[in-house]
Design a protein around this ligand. Structure first.
Ligand SMILES: [Zn+2]
Length: 255
């Protein structure tokens, strides 16, 4: 399995528009972070988790010519705002499968109503999707793999993480119920969000992320959904435990 980090930044991305913060001005390419998303590939399958405002750029940078579907973690704009840019895939492949909690699918329907209208009402250039509702404690098939949704909390908003075999992707976590932790046993790689050094109401900070990684105990962990306030990539990564890494845009890992 191959995982590509399409974006590793928090909701505004790094640099932030108009910011003169030293991390926003950094010349280290690892300090430039598009909005969070990963591409997961195995055998002949290719799925993407979340489709934020940088989706088009992420597809172009990685020369992606086909996707089998998009999984959504939750409805916030930094995870969904790029949905219109599935059009090239729709024109080439037909209806694109999308997966998410019922609440997330309904939110997309409201905000992208022209995608969800009946075929006879649809503007000819609009894309079409096939919707798949994800329910907690119900695994589902993508290709030949059983995917396990993992329920986490983003302050008081429900968010799904996804486990693909020995790989799990959790973003926008603040808390996780103890009962969900058993779904994360025996991982080779865990990706989890770490926003910044200071605590935040709806995101794990670095200290909390490291503590949760210790409880889950994967072989390796990568941090994502990073704000400029976490600091410079090189400096932060130098102080992480041996099996924990900072993800950066376009990093690929083999699992
Ligand atoms: Zn987010």
């Amino acid at each position: 399995m191959k995982v590509t980090f399409l974006g590793t930044g928090t909701s505004q991305g790094i640099p932030i528009i108009g910011s003169d913060h030293p991390v926003c001005l950094s010349e280290d390419p690892r300090d430039k972070r598009l909005r969070v998303s990963v591409m997961v590939e195995w055998d002949d399958y290719r799925y993407i988790v979340d489709c934020g405002p940088d989706f088009r750029q992420q597809m172009l940078t990685n020369n992606v010519d086909r996707v089998d579907g998009i999984l959504f973690t939750h409805e916030h704009a930094d995870h969904t705002a790029g949905l219109d840019d599935i059009r090239p895939f729709y024109f080439r492949q037909g209806n694109l499968p999308i997966y998410g909690h019922k609440r997330v699918l309904r939110s997309l329907e409201k905000r992208f109503d022209y995608i969800f209208v009946e075929p006879h009402q649809r503007y000819p250039g609009a894309p079409e999707v096939d919707q798949y509702e994800i329910k907690n404690n119900q695994s589902f098939k993508l290709g030949n793999l059983n995917i396990i949704p993992v329920n986490v909390w983003h302050h008081n908003l429900q968010v799904f993480g996804y486990r693909f075999d020995k790989f799990a992707y959790l973003t926008d976590v603040k808390t996780i119920d103890t009962s969900e932790l058993q779904k994360l046993k025996g991982l080779d790689v865990l990706v989890i969000n770490a926003l910044r050094i200071q605590p935040h109401i709806s995101h794990l900070n670095l200290e909390e992320a490291l503590a949760l990684i210790e409880r889950i105990n994967p072989k390796k962990a990568y941090l994502t959904h990073i704000s400029h306030m976490l600091g410079f990539h090189a400096k932060v990564e130098a102080n992480l435990p041996n099996n924990v890494f900072l993800a950066f845009d376009n990093l690929t890992i083999e699992i």
